[in-house]
Write a protein that binds this ligand. Structure first.
Ligand code: 3PG
Length: 408
């Protein structure tokens, strides 16, 4: 057993000839107009474990987007891309736990790889469960009737207690894949050299997760300053009354209330933008925050904010950036993201960049190698750094306790 990680890995069992369910995270950026994949980085990472399981029958599962979102798409294109990185054809079935999926899984031969469709098509995969309750979901009961092992390789989803993450631990030996082991080892090394002051640059669109993450980071002593960017900055600006009109996001009032209570508790650590860039006609126009009439037009942070944030980044002992400051895919609004990432890359502190979007932006700027650690994970990494217990690792530990005596 790989005891240094207290979990079982794919080295601990002979998986030859076995049917192995690999829970990957190929959740990728999607072009809102065409619905096509914009980035393959998580798919290429997922291929590492799949490639190694060349003598097993491999069933890969991943979610993509969230129900109702523009990026909630079928994994058809992912299958093609995965095949390119694995170096062999990846079959695809437009099903998750129905008859079609069961038949495809049963017909696999050694060396075959099958990708199931978006796991979130199965209703249960959109909810969180305890390990015990998840074992009883249809998803786990159906899949465990046709697979021998479960391999958890979706580090970016480590903070989700979804059935595909926690549900197999007590019914099938559940092992860590290469990506999970790689991320954990690299993060342990980075954590040993991290030093104060800790500066976090927070952006992106998953507001509820980010609010939870902020509190976790501050309470875990890992955020002396948080530089707010992206949509979450607008939520805080509304909470403090600097932006008056609604942003038009889901659950807006609840999020504003939560942001307000975090701000009143930790305002000395939280930096808010003083200017923003909006879409006006076809152009980028910068305005002081108080001059923004319609927050739904905001696409980036402004130049004065960038200058102020860059100074804070330069004084950091550790910089952690999670979520893009603006709509960097659009050249008119890439300024904030580019300048912040350039500052992170040239910082003399320890630097960690998290999530698929920022990883793509770093690649575009050709500065990925300058960062100490770039993780595929977004929200999961924040929770990991904040020292929170992550359901995926709880499941891996539970599996290790139950199955370690069977290790070859
Ligand atoms: C991520 O991109 O952070 C992970 O894939 C998890 O996605 P989720 O926040 O939709 O669960």
């Amino acid at each position: 057993m790989s005891s240094h990680l207290e979990i079982l890995t794919i080295d601990d069992f002979d998986l030859t000839g076995k049917t192995v369910f690999v829970r990957a995270d190929m959740n990728s950026a999607i072009d809102p107009k065409s619905g096509k994949l914009l980035d393959h980085s998580r798919i290429s990472e997922a291929a590492i474990t799949v490639r190694e399981l060349s003598r097993s029958k491999v069933v890969v599962g991943s979610h993509q987007g969230r129900v109702g979102g523009y990026d909630y798409v079928s994994l058809h294109e992912h299958a093609k891309a995965l095949g390119e990185y694995v170096g062999r054809k990846v079959k695809f079935v437009e099903d998750v736990i129905g008859r079609a999926a069961m038949e495809e899984i049963r017909s696999l031969r050694d060396g075959d790889v099958l990708l199931l469709d978006n796991l979130r098509l199965a209703a249960e995969e959109n909810f969180e469960f305890t390990i015990e309750a998840a074992s009883n979901t249809h998803l786990v009961r159906r899949l465990s009737s046709v697979v021998d092992y479960c391999v958890l390789d979706s580090f970016p989803t480590a903070h989700r207690a979804h059935p595909s993450i926690v549900g197999f631990a007590k019914v099938r030996p559940t092992l860590a894949g290469r990506l999970v082991v790689k991320e954990v080892k690299a993060l342990r090394n980075v954590q040993q050299v991290m030093k104060a002051p800790f500066v976090t640059v927070l952006g992106g669109a998953k507001i509820s997760d980010r609010l939870e993450a902020m509190e976790a980071l501050i309470e875990g002593g890992k955020a002396d300053k948080i530089l707010m960017t992206g949509l979450i900055a607008l939520v805080f600006l509304r909470a403090v009354g600097k932006i008056k009109r609604p942003i038009n996001i889901k659950d807006e009032e609840r999020l504003i209330e939560k942001a307000g209570s975090i701000y009143s508790k930790y305002y000395e650590r939280i930096e808010l933008p003083e200017d923003l860039a909006i879409l006006s006609g076809d152009s980028r126009v910068e305005l002081p925050v108080e001059g923004v009439e319609d927050p739904s037009l905001v696409r980036d942070i402004g130049t004065n904010t960038v200058r102020r944030y860059v100074k804070v980044i330069k004084s950091a002992g550790t910089v952690f950036a999670s979520g893009p400051p603006g709509v960097f895919e659009d050249d008119r609004f890439s300024f904030g993201t580019n300048e912040i990432l350039q500052a992170v890359a040239s910082s003399l502190g320890v630097t960690i960049v998290s999530g698929g979007h920022l990883s793509t932006a770093l690649q575009k700027l050709n500065i990925k190698d300058w960062i100490d650690y770039v993780s595929t994970a977004g929200g999961a990494l924040v929770m990991y750094l904040a020292g929170k217990r992550l359901p995926m690792f709880e499941a891996l530990k539970a599996s290790s306790e139950l199955w370690r005596s069977k290790v070859a």
